[in-house]
Design a protein around this ligand. Structure first.
Ligand code: CA
Ligand code: CA
Length: 299
């Protein structure tokens, strides 16, 4: 299996692919932590002198042969193997309690699926913070989220999850990084346990399917991922897409579908720590309905 190790700092159609995949191929992406290795000890503080232009490196991009705008790239996350230690840090002006804290770095050990903080043993939940395809227009830095994916910080993007990403440029240009050994929804202080990792994925294509936002499939649910600077806009984006996808397969009218969503779908905040409503990343989950076709066709 090919292992990928080129790092880029934006989702950009001009990024030179580091490898080419065929439909059904598996690849390993070796990822740096979100600090590009600038934080190695507890003396390495993410403060005024930190180089923020070198944050959130993504590994890639991978060119998927045959992927064209209007297709969907299907990414099965086969494994997320994390290093044996990671760093959680506070970040200036990030998170609701920043003005009540100081700049601090904690290096946390990771062993046998567990870490330790404050004298407590805590189970890890390795997940991929940044993953997506290249947008058709302007480049988007890896630290931002959008309808191409990017910094979704969705803790359900983990081993066993299938991700459906809109293809906007030939080859799709898949890249990923910002793995967390553990993170809670919302990521209150702005970091999880930021950690280098090796992610193994399988890529497949669904040709010609209209998809406006990334969709995630777990063993029992579908999730639409959406974002916007403000909560109400993000909620609107995700709700519209889920309603459209549900109506496609059920044949229900818009109001019936809306009511169904209200009683069966859960709105969950993935990333909500940014100040001044810079970006709000959420997911809307809905149970799988075996009576109907899948919300996004399977490859
Ligand atoms: Ca992130
Ligand atoms: Ca992160």
């Amino acid at each position: 299996m090919t292992e990928l190790t080129q790092y880029v700092y934006a989702f950009d159609k001009a990024n030179e692919p580091i490898a080419r995949a065929k439909d059904g191929d598996e690849f390993s992406f070796r990822t740096l932590d979100c600090y590009s290795g600038q934080v190695c000890t507890e003396e390495d503080i993410v403060g005024e002198s930190f180089n923020f232009s070198r944050t959130n490196p993504a590994t890639g991009p991978l060119y998927v042969e045959g992927a064209m705008p209007g297709d969907v790239l299907v990414v099965d996350v086969l494994s997320v193997e994390v290093a044996d230690k990671g760093a959680v840090t506070t970040i200036p002006n990030i998170g609701p309690l920043y003005d009540r804290c100081v700049d601090r770095t904690r290096i946390l050990p990771v062993k046998d699926g567990k870490t330790e903080l404050g004298g407590l043993i805590i189970p890890i939940n390795p997940m991929i913070g940044v993953i997506g395809t290249a947008p058709a227009g302007e480049d988007v830095i890896d630290g931002f989220v959008g309808s191409h994916g990017g910094n979704m910080d969705n803790k359900l993007i983990t081993k066993g999850t299938r991700l459906y990403l809109p293809v906007r440029v030939p080859g799709a240009l898949l890249q990923m990084g910002d793995v967390h050994a553990a993170m809670g929804d919302g990521e209150l202080c702005g970091t999880g346990i930021e950690i280098p990792a090796e992610i193994t994925v399988k890529v497949q294509l669904v040709k010609n399917f209209e998809l406006h936002w990334p969709v995630l499939e777990t063993h029992d649910k579908w999730y639409v991922n959406a974002n916007a600077p403000k909560y109400d806009e993000a909620l609107m984006n995700g709700s519209k897409e889920l309603q459209r996808l549900l109506m496609n397969v059920t044949g229900w009218d818009p109001v019936e579908t809306y009511m169904y969503m209200s009683i069966q779908s859960d709105v969950e905040i993935s990333q909500g720590c940014e100040p001044c409503e810079v970006q709000l990343s959420l997911r809307i989950g809905t149970p799988k309905l075996p009576q109907f076709a899948p919300l996004v066709p399977r490859p």
